[in-house]
Design a protein around this ligand. Structure first.
Ligand code: AMP
Ligand code: ZN
Length: 112
């Protein structure tokens, strides 16, 4: 999608601190980190939010979560939180699906 920030990062048109990339997924440090580790895992395919997922996306979302799991292992994280915000009321501000990998500090539950 031409005016989408994360499509532009995935295409290399906007710089980001990329920490992982394969054919389907790109991961980069969040520009405004909310924890010592705050990585965004983003499918290269544009999907606006989890609201638009269907069965055709099963593999892609599996790959996204697996990439997060592998990254966490590589960083030797002893615990972490994966978050996907859907729609503004839940805190979504970029409308291209992404998974936050947050770690490095205690996490509260329930979240705010
Ligand atoms: P969300 O609020 O769940 O949609 O998450 C969007 C995230 O993207 C926020 O945590 C922002 O800090 C982050 N973000 C926005 N612009 C950039 C950027 N240019 N590079 C990296 N992260 C960004
Ligand atoms: Zn996009």
């Amino acid at each position: 999608m031409s005016d989408c920030l994360f499509c532009k990062i995935a295409a290399g048109e906007i710089p980001a601190e990329i920490v992982y990339e394969d054919d389907d997924v790109i991961a980069f440090n969040d520009i405004s980190p909310q924890a010592p580790v705050h990585i965004l895992l983003v499918p290269k395919k544009h999907i606006a939010s989890t609201e638009y997922l269907d069965e055709s996306n099963t593999d892609l979302i599996g790959k996204l979560v697996l990439a997060a799991s592998k990254k966490a292992k590589k960083l030797n994280l002893d615990g972490y939180r994966l978050v996907m915000n859907c729609n503004e009321i839940a805190g979504q501000s970029v409308f291209h699906i992404h998974c936050h990998l947050l770690a490095g500090r205690p996490m509260l539950w329930p979240p705010g």
